[in-house]
Design a protein around this ligand. Sequence first.
Ligand code: F6R
Length: 589
Amino acid sequence: MCGIVGYVGKRRAAPILIDGLYELEYRGYDSVGIAVSDGNTTKIIKKTGRVKEIESAREETGYIGIGHTRWATHGDVTVENAHPHTYKNITLVHNGIIENAAKLRAELMQRGEKFYSDTDSEVIAHLIADESCGDLLSAVMRGCGKLVGSYALAVLTEEEPETIVCARMRSPLIVGKAKEGLVVASDIPAVAEEGAELYSLDDGEFSRLDGKTVTIYNAQGSEIHKEPIQFDLAEGRAEKGVYRHYMRKEIDEIPNVLSDSTLKIDCDSRFSDFYRVLCHAEYIQIVACGTAYHSGLCAKAAIERLCRVPVDVRIASEYRYADPIVPKGTLLFAISQSGETADTLAAVRLAKRKGACVAAIVNVKYSSLTRLADHVLYTQAGREVAVAATKSFNAQLAVLYSVAVVLAEIRGKRAPTLNGLDKKAKRTIGISESVRSWVPYFVGAQSVYFIGREADMCTALEGSLKLKEISYLPSEGYAAGELKHGTLALIGPYTPVVAIITRRDIAQKTMNAVHEAYSRGAKIFLVTCFEEFCEEKEITAFVLIPKCPSEFSPILSVIPLQLLAYYTSVARGNDPDKPRNLAKSVTVE
Ligand code: F6R
């Protein structure tokens, strides 16, 4: 995580760095800093907290600089641990984790070198300074040769006052030309502007920005040429408009995102190559993390029921250490909004080594996952700013359900249509506003439970994750039938239990769990498409969502849960867009 940015050119660097850091805040926001040089001295301004804490640094003079917004990995959230870090003539910002930092630090300290922070990043500054030889690029290359782990780096030295050297290993990095200068950043929106020419570095590559030219080198130090990124300025821009928070706005975008993300085999070029792969799919694995993992679980429920193709869904961070069995012909879906989640990328590398064909379902174009995968199916969610995933989850489901429909057709099975889900999502959002009246029951709760069966259980898991990450309330998503095997012990008077019921043939089974929870004093909240259950005496409040094929119901039933999490978070005085301890793009293990 962490975001880095740099500029060298004819404009003053500080405002460009600060504006860029605002765009990168989604990557971490516990401390922030910039280094700006006027050619003679390098001034470092750093603070704990968000980018706004260094607003006054906008006035700094100097035409070259680097900046950083941090998500702490090594070391507490303190000014000392904030970036940039400096040693002798070297100043740098780093995103990633250096796994051999403790060993390197011990060696350097034995040689008498002093450290001022607890970070792994400061070790890199020492290594590069120790390699200094009048050529910053060579020093960075040699310094990086000693590192084990992941890094995206931007490095300055006063000895080369018009140069920034950059390096990438398993953490994203963009370099390029912008208006009257050269730029580097963790992500496109931080530096994109009209006429900018941007390039994405790959693992092991370096770049030198030296006043007028951007040069890119491979790991052996040979110059290489790359195609510029085709970015869309409008796509990268995100405004809150009339909304108080991005999260609420992004929920309202779900209907459009669904119509844009639903793939149609007869007129969709995104399917053309991939169709042949689907024709031979006999066994599917899915790897993902967090919300994307939950969309994988929803996909399993739909694909197995509709297509009778076995699907294994694995948490990416577990898959990579499990020595997974990857039978010949395995089709592996990697699902990720950011396309940069370190665990998902590592799982994909492993699956590829074991012979799987990898299809990425990803939102961010030019992300690392898109370059690793054999096939890419983009979700069309647009930029998602709020840390808690909402519209990207629904978009992943739209793509995965489209795949399920096509796979069912290939296998000669009948599948329901996805048509009209966008309109139903719009109605669901309107109806679900009523969850605001549920908030008083949740706002002070000690714990909250979400229950459902089969696809509804997947929705329960996602509803629970949403609530805990932005409201900080302990919560669990549970298979309704499992309550009685232990968890019921935790349910007492006034415990909020949210039941999701969208599949007719097992509805009554979930209602049994509702009765059991109610008998222990729980307050029951219901999300369902069946009117008859709403009137039962156990139900404190309900949202009656539109009917849709039960295989696809999570795409609608999650909406009231997203809104419930949002309104509970706001009622507890939290910032739902930037929950504590989290970041949007999890580029560390
Ligand atoms: C929860 C959330 C996270 C992400 C997870 C994977 O709201 O956003 O759980 O889903 O970190 O991220 P991506 O999808 O970028 O791989």
